[in-house]
Design a protein around this ligand. Structure first.
Ligand SMILES: *[C@@H]1O[C@H](CO)[C@@H](O)[C@H](O)[C@H]1NC(C)=O
Ligand SMILES: *[C@@H]1O[C@H](CO)[C@@H](O)[C@H](O)[C@H]1NC(C)=O
Ligand SMILES: *[C@@H]1O[C@H](CO)[C@@H](O)[C@H](O)[C@H]1NC(C)=O
Ligand SMILES: *[C@@H]1O[C@H](CO)[C@@H](O)[C@H](O)[C@H]1NC(C)=O
Ligand SMILES: *[C@@H]1O[C@H](CO)[C@@H](O)[C@H](O)[C@H]1NC(C)=O
Ligand SMILES: *[C@@H]1O[C@H](CO)[C@@H](O)[C@H](O)[C@H]1NC(C)=O
Ligand SMILES: *[C@@H]1O[C@H](CO)[C@@H](O)[C@H](O)[C@H]1NC(C)=O
Length: 468
């Protein structure tokens, strides 16, 4: 009997022990701390926060990772300041901001909130967001600081990539330097809002690649697969302009990552194989390198060489193999506007430097572009439904490409060309076509006539030669 009681007592103790330690808390409140080895786990076990060493490194970092997959980091706090020993502590400073201390109790990293917090609470949410709020007024859900505002290399559903237009605060991604080192690498993925919003990958101050403008559904130059995985979104309010996405449904786990080579990857978690599957990556191919081909030069990955002057342009140096720097595609001479028309190029990434008007439709856009002889091309700014909005190009066409089949990307792009280039195009109206046919027949008949005359003259000359 005594033995049984002792046995039950120990079982209970063990049970309490297990319960205590297997249900890690999701929040840290004032006066508490986390040491290396302890973690916070979000309430539905999606994410975990704690100390880790990346790859083969011995350095310690504070980070957030998916709880279920092989440790996949989504955020790192002290990217620039590793802790060398396993003695880091996450706690609160006197003013209520989060503070990461090393062995010497000096601050390695801190969250910066705009005001003093009386009763700070840090909570790891199931979205993967570490938020800091004040627990004084329980109704106040306002975050004084959140990790989503300081992304590392990963964009999770609900995170914003872009701008607070009021304060000028920008959220962007920077890859790790290597698998062993989360220090920000040389690349960054940012939302460029100098014209219509587009994504750019920048290395130092050099533009590596641009996505083409947001076309109402996606960034035109980033390949998309027909999917039930995620829904991309561009949010534009008075205060904010940013890119975000959400999973297609609750079952889907997906993220965007900028890897060490500065490549953007769309990853989806496969529960069966317990692996991250890559849906697509961007830059997609060589044609995505910024201005890979010269001005008015089309990049087509299926062709050799990949650069070819657009219809209506000729290479000034006749050597097609010339590098983009020495090559120049110049306009073929033609009469504007009578001797010109527009050629539709389907599935194109739109070039830079356009003029835009959201309220014009494609017809008005064409009419407006036709009127002005310095207008080189036009396109819809929004491809949703029948399409709407107007973009016009007035100078050289820079950084355009043909988007390959098999993915959803690119859009119709209309370029001004000499009428002679339109002969093979069926979309011309009959009147125009008739005019062109007449013109072409006149040109070719005079050509044949000339040829006949030439042959006759040569024959006569030959006869003459023989005579003498
Ligand atoms: C917030 O404050 C309330 C009451 O003051 C307390 O019961 C609760 O535990 C606090 N929450 C956290 C996460 O500290
Ligand atoms: C927080 O830090 C960011 C960058 O580290 C800085 O731009 C911003 O001004 C800081 N905010 C406050 C309230 O200190
Ligand atoms: C709070 O404390 C941290 C670390 O001591 C400091 O960097 C920060 O400027 C302080 N913030 C405010 C609002 O006082
Ligand atoms: C980055 O992603 C691209 C595309 O998936 C891949 O080819 C490249 O090897 C990756 N780089 C690293 C360092 O993993
Ligand atoms: C997930 O992995 C399993 C096993 O490798 C595979 O059969 C299945 O097609 C994968 N699912 C998706 C959606 O890729
Ligand atoms: C855009 O087009 C509309 C309709 O043609 C016109 O009324 C408006 O002035 C244009 N806006 C700009 C900024 O040119
Ligand atoms: C054509 O467009 C350019 C650029 O917008 C403008 O400077 C020029 O005045 C326009 N010309 C005519 C004839 O409308």
């Amino acid at each position: 009997m005594k033995c049984l009681a002792v046995f039950i007592f120990f079982r209970l103790l063990i049970l309490i022990f297990i319960i205590e330690f297997s249900f890690a808390a999701d929040s840290l409140s004032s006066g508490k701390f986390i040491t290396d080895g302890e973690t916070l786990v979000s309430s539905f076990q999606s994410f975990e926060l704690g100390f880790f060493s990346p790859g083969n490194s011995k350095n310690r970092y504070l980070g957030i990772w998916y709880k279920s997959s092989p440790r996949t980091l989504v955020w790192v706090a002290n990217r620039n300041n590793p802790i060398t020993e396993k003695n880091g502590v996450l706690t609160f400073s006197n003013n209520g901001s989060l503070l990461l201390l090393n062995q010497e109790k000096s601050a390695i990293w801190s969250s910066n909130s705009s005001r003093m917090l009386e009763n700070p609470v840090a909570q790891l949410l199931d979205s993967g967001n570490l938020v800091l709020r004040d627990n004084i007024s329980r109704s106040s859900e306002e975050y004084m600081w959140q990790s989503f505002d300081y992304p590392s290399d990963t964009l999770l559903p609900g995170m914003k990539l872009g701008w607070n237009l009021k304060t000028g605060f920008e959220r962007y991604l920077t890859p790790w330097r290597s698998a062993d080192d989360p220090t920000p690498g040389e690349f960054s993925l940012r939302l460029d809002i100098s014209a219509l919003p587009e994504l750019v990958i920048i290395s130092g101050s050099r533009k590596e690649t641009r996505s083409g403008p947001w076309n109402g559904q996606q960034f035109g130059g980033i390949p998309r697969v027909k999917n039930s995985i995620f829904i991309p979104k561009l949010e534009h309010t008075e205060d904010e302009l940013y890119f975000t996405f959400r999973p297609f449904n609750d079952e889907v786990i997906t993220r965007l990552l900028v890897n060490e080579s500065g490549t953007l990857q769309r990853l989806v978690w496969n529960e069966t194989s317990t692996e991250w599957r890559m849906l697509y990556s961007w830059p997609f191919d060589t044609c995505d390198s910024y201005a890979q081909c010269g001005a008015n030069d089309n990049c087509r990955i299926s062709k050799t060489p990949i650069c070819e002057c657009l219809t209506g342009f000729i290479s000034k140096s006749q050597d097609d193999w010339d590098s983009p720097e020495t090559r120049r595609c110049v306009r073929k001479p033609s009469d504007c506007p009578s001797g010109e028309g527009f050629l539709k190029l389907p599935k194109m990434k739109l070039p830079e430097n356009y003029w835009s008007n959201k309220s014009m439709n494609l017809k008005e856009c064409e009419a407006e572009c036709t009127k002005n002889c310095s207008c080189r091309a036009y396109a819809n700014s929004d491809v949703t439904g029948e399409g709407s909005g107007c973009l016009m190009w007035f100078g050289d066409l820079v950084d355009l490409r043909e988007c390959s089949e098999g993915y959803i990307w690119g859009q119709d792009f209309f370029i001004r060309v000499p009428a002679s280039e339109l002969v093979s195009v069926k979309h011309l109206n009959t009147k125009k076509r008739l005019k062109i046919i007449v013109a072409v027949s006149i040109i070719s008949s005079t050509f044949i006539l000339g040829l006949l005359l030439c042959i006759a003259w040569k024959k006569a000359k030959n006869k003459g030669n023989r005579l003498f």
